[in-house]
Structures are given as C-alpha cells and as structure tokens.
Design a protein around this ligand. Structure first.
Ligand SMILES: *[C@@H]1O[C@H](CO)[C@@H](O)[C@H](O)[C@H]1NC(C)=O
Ligand SMILES: *[C@@H]1O[C@H](CO)[C@@H](O)[C@H](O)[C@H]1NC(C)=O
Length: 394
C-alpha cells in the first residue's frame, strides 16, 4: 500500500476521533462546514424527534384552558449591577441575574440568559426561528430559564426533560423605535467580534416582552443550537413585539461571527435554525382559536362596510335631530321676538297711547316704519337681524 492510500484511509479515522474527543470544541455554524444539516453528525440530539424550532400551524393547535399566563419574576428588579453582554460567535447573549425567574409553569424556573436570532440584513422578512402558519418574523428573542426546583444548575438541567423553560418572542419591524431594545442594541458595537464581552447598564427585562403574556403556544422541544438537548418547555407568545427597521438593520449588520484576530471577517447573520418536523407532538394554545384568530381580508371588508353603514346611519339621525332642534328653536325665538319687541315698545314709547292688541302688531309696525324711517325697533327689522344668526346655529 502506498503512502497516498494510507493517507486516504486515515482521514476518516482522524475526523471521527476529533468528533469524539472534543465535542464541545467543534465549531458549528449555520451555513458551511458544520452547518445545520450536519449538526446531528456531531451532536446526536440534533437529529432527535422533538426538535425546535417548529412551524405553528394555528388550525392544528389544541386549546388548553389550564394554560395560565406566564409570570416573569423579578424581571423589572434589575438592581445596580451591570449586565454582561457577550458575542459567542453565534449570537449576542446577556447573562441574567439568578433572582430573575419564571412562574406560571408546573415548577419554578430561574433565568439564565437571553439572546437573539435574526436574518440576512435588509433582505426579505426572515430571521425568526419559529414560524406561524409558515410565516417568519424578522427576528426572535429567547429568554432561557432552568428548572431550579428539580435541578441544581443549568448544565445539569439542560440535559433533562422538563429541565428548561424558554420564552420565544417574535420580533417584527414597524415605524416606531422600541426604546427597550436599545438597552441591548446601543452596546452591540462593543462586542463586534466573537469572544468579546462588555458590561452594560442593567435594564428592565420585562420591557422586552409583549404586553399580553396570557396568549401563547406551548410545546415540548429542544435547544435550537447544538447540542440541541430535548429539554425545553417552549412558550411562544402570540403577540409580537415591534422594533424599527433601523433597529433591525443594526442588529443584522453590526456583529461578526469571527474573532477580532482572524484574517477573514465574517458577519454574524442568518443565525436562525430552520423549522423542524413536529413528528407526533401537539402544540397547545392558551387561547381558543376564535378569540386569537386574525381577521381574514373578507372579514375586514365586512367590518369596514359595516362601520361605513353605521356612520351614514348616524349622520342621518344627527341631521334629523339638528333639524328638529332648529325647528323648535325657531318657533321659540319667534315667540321671544314678538314678546320682547312689545316690551321695548312699551318702554320707548311709554308716553304714547297703549299699544294695539298683539295680533295686529305686524301690520301696524310696517306702517310705522314708513312713517318713521329712523325708528329701528320695528319687529320686522329685528327678525331680519336675528334670522341670519339662526341659520348658522348647529
Ligand atoms: C451542576 O451540578 C452538578 C450536580 O450537583 C455538579 O456536578 C456540577 O459541577 C454543577 N455544574 C456547575 C457548572 O456548577
Ligand atoms: C411535555 O412532556 C411531558 C412529559 O412527557 C408531558 O407530561 C407534557 O404534557 C408535555 N407537554 C406538552 C406541552 O406537550
């Protein structure tokens, strides 16, 4: 056997030994040499049957009324110790203080860390790990907790079924800046390269979450990165949070997956895993399909037409009421005018003979107007002065 043949024979042995001896040191990536389709060769759990993320097909979820809202514990009590922000080459991670936790699950969970997943930077609306009815969001936030009632620490818990509880928050873009996310985004420039870390001011972690913590999807899944342990109880919120397009672009374009000293700099992008087969799992919903369902375009049209008809109807009614009020006011004012002119007549001309009976006054006034052009107290002139103002009343 020549040396080339021996060399070819030795290559697989060499790689197998590397894989077996230093599992933790294997540099996995999302695309490339140890990309996501290769993960299971080095991390067997990644090829399991209860993997995350998944596509949530809302019509196939099962409503479970026993699913109460999750309750963040101590998320807003961040104290004065700074948080640590770290670029691990796969994402930006913030280590969370041990007093933060999660309630509303069968056990008490302690917070460990939060991190983000995102897309390619300005191209298309992809980047989230979970999808809903096949649709991606622009990014996704994960808050990771371990079961501190059953296990002593994260490293033990992450290998156990029911060991972890992860909150999944879908992030979409809109016009408005989300100030809560700036508590992270403003400091990414300090951890541009892999292995870099920075102390950042502590902030209210709950402000990153959606306001509705009662409506969510719940299923048993895994870590979405190697070693992909199938230990996570997932809570994917129905409500999505919104950041601005500029904020998303910053997240997508500022970090590198390569270390500062490496000659080839690689942007840290597209760090999301594709959705995994559900297999025989059921995704439970804490809310019924009816109340949680988005309106279809047909339903939106119906609502718009309904509102328009309602408005037209209301306008007709208001117009009728205004006309009625106007009619009664006119009637009332005419009576007042007649009365007041009589009295002013009495005052101004009190040394004249007593006025004629009221019924005859209009005719009498016309005669007087002709006789005395300077006299402005005639009833007709007063009516003319008053009537324009009547017209402009509501
Ligand atoms: C976690 O707990 C286990 C069991 O008590 C222990 O052996 C291990 O060293 C702990 N790991 C860490 C990182 O503290
Ligand atoms: C997750 O798995 C556990 C243990 O098999 C089971 O009791 C629980 O109902 C499952 N939860 C969900 C949401 O499927």
């Amino acid at each position: 056997m020549d040396s080339l043949g021996l060399f070819i024979l030795l290559i697989p042995t060499f790689f197998q030994q590397t894989a077996a001896s230093s599992l933790e040191e294997i540099t996995w990536t999302y695309k490339g040499l140890v990309g996501q389709s290769e993960w299971s060769e080095y991390f067997p759990d990644c090829g399991g049957t209860s993997q995350s993320p998944v596509d949530v097909i809302t019509t196939q979820t099962k409503y479970d009324p026993s699913l109460i809202p999750v309750t963040p514990l101590g998320y807003s009590q961040y104290g004065n110790q700074p948080f640590t922000l770290f670029n691990n080459g796969h994402t930006a991670v913030i280590k969370l203080p041990e007093w933060m936790g999660l309630g509303g699950l069968p056990w008490l969970f302690s917070a460990v860390q939060l991190h983000l997943h995102w897309g390619p930077g300005g191209l298309g609306h992809v980047g989230s790990e979970h999808t809903i009815n096949g649709l991606s969001a622009d990014a996704e936030l994960h808050v990771v907790h371990y079961n501190s009632e059953l296990y002593p620490n994260m490293s033990t818990a992450m290998a156990q079924r029911d060991g972890l509880a992860v909150l999944g928050i879908l992030i979409v873009t809109g016009e408005e800046t989300n100030p809560a996310f700036n508590s992270i985004l403003n400091y990414l420039s300090r951890i541009r390269h892999a292995d870099q870390r920075a102390f950042i001011p502590a902030f209210d972690v709950q402000s990153l979450l959606p306001s509705d913590l009662g409506r969510y999807y719940r299923y048993n899944g895994s870590l979405t990165t190697p070693p992909c342990h199938q230990s996570a109880i997932w809570t994917l919120f129905h409500e999505r949070v919104q950041i601005s397009k500029a904020q998303l672009l910053k997240l997508e374009t500022i970090l590198y997956s390569s270390k500062a000293e490496e000659p080839d700099q690689m942007l840290l992008q597209d760090n999301y895993r594709v959705t995994q087969p559900l297999n025989h799992r059921v995704i439970f919903a804490s809310f019924s399909a009816e109340s949680g369902r988005e309106l279809s375009s047909g339903e939106v049209t119906a609502v718009v037409i309904g509102v328009m008809c309602g408005c037209v109807g209301l306008a007709v009614i208001i117009r009728f009421i205004v006309k009625t009020i106007r009619f009664f006011k006119l009637l009332h004012l005419e009576t007042v005018v007649v009365n007041s002119s009589t009295s002013s007549w009495d005052i101004l001309h009190n040394n004249r003979p007593a006025p004629m009976p009221r019924a005859k006054e209009p005719e009498k006034a016309k005669e007087k107007k002709q006789d005395l052009p300077l006299n402005l107290t005639s009833e007709d002139e007063r009516k003319e002065e008053l009537s324009p103002s009547l017209q402009t009343e509501p």
